[in-house]
Structures are given as C-alpha cells and as structure tokens.
Design a protein around this ligand. Structure first.
Ligand code: HEM
Length: 91
C-alpha cells in the first residue's frame, strides 16, 4: 500500500502543472523540515533541497523505474513463497 501511495504521489507530480507544483512544494517542505536526514531525503527524492527541473526528472525515474523494479521484485518473492509453501487448503 505504501508503494502504491508513492506511485500515486510521484505520478501526480509528472504533469508539472500548478496542482503538481503545489504538491511538490508540500512534499519538499515536509522533507526539508524532517530532523537529521531531512535534507538528504529531499535530495534523494526531489533532486535537491529546492524545486528545480531536476525534480521532475527524479520523480519520473522513481515512477517508471525504481518503483516498478521494487514491485516486480516483491511479486517474484511473493510467487516464490507461494511456490515453496503451496496454496493453503480451506479448513
Ligand atoms: C500503482 C501503479 C501506478 C500508479 C498509482 C500511478 C499513478 C500515476 C498518476 C496519478 C499519474 C498522474 C496522471 C496525470 O495527472 O496526468 C501518473 C502519470 C504517469 N505514470 Fe503512473 N502510476 C502507476 C504506475 C506506472 C507505471 C508502472 C508506469 C510506467 C512504467 C507509469 C508511467 C507514468 C507516466 C509516464 C506518467 C505521466 C503521464 C502524464 O503526465 O500524462 N505509471 N501515474
């Protein structure tokens, strides 16, 4: 579910219109105001501690590469566990 929320947020920023920009301002302010690792999180997710065109590139990469790779990996692990344990019979 968390991954789907990140999919939704990163996809929502992609059109880079006024709605997306507003959501990006909220996100980067949240990251920047987080204690200790806030600036690093902002750089990792938004490509810096301020919104730049790099933010869109970063969100696009997260949306169409990082997240699909993570989800595909989890599906493979899930199918492997089903294969090892078998499907539970009804009691
Ligand atoms: C659970 C999965 C996903 C969710 C919830 C999701 C959500 C979204 C949302 C909300 C948008 C914004 C649409 C808009 O306002 O125009 C978007 C755009 C986009 N998504 Fe996804 N997405 C998902 C999976 C994917 C995948 C797997 C890809 C490709 C590998 C992808 C590629 C794109 C692209 C290219 C856009 C930009 C389209 C545009 O702005 O017109 N998405 N996504």
């Amino acid at each position: 579910m968390a991954l789907t929320i990140v999919f939704g947020y990163s996809g929502y920023l992609l059109p880079w219109d006024s709605l997306a920009y507003g959501a990006a301002v909220i996100g980067i302010n949240l990251a920047n105001s987080s204690p200790l690792v806030g600036k690093q999180i902002a750089t990792l997710l938004f490509g810096g501690s301020a919104l730049t065109p790099r933010t869109v590139t970063r969100m696009y990469f997260i949306h169409v590469f990082i997240l699909p790779v993570i989800v595909t990996g989890l599906i493979i692990v899930h199918l492997f566990i089903v294969w090892v344990q078998g499907i539970a019979e009804p009691h």
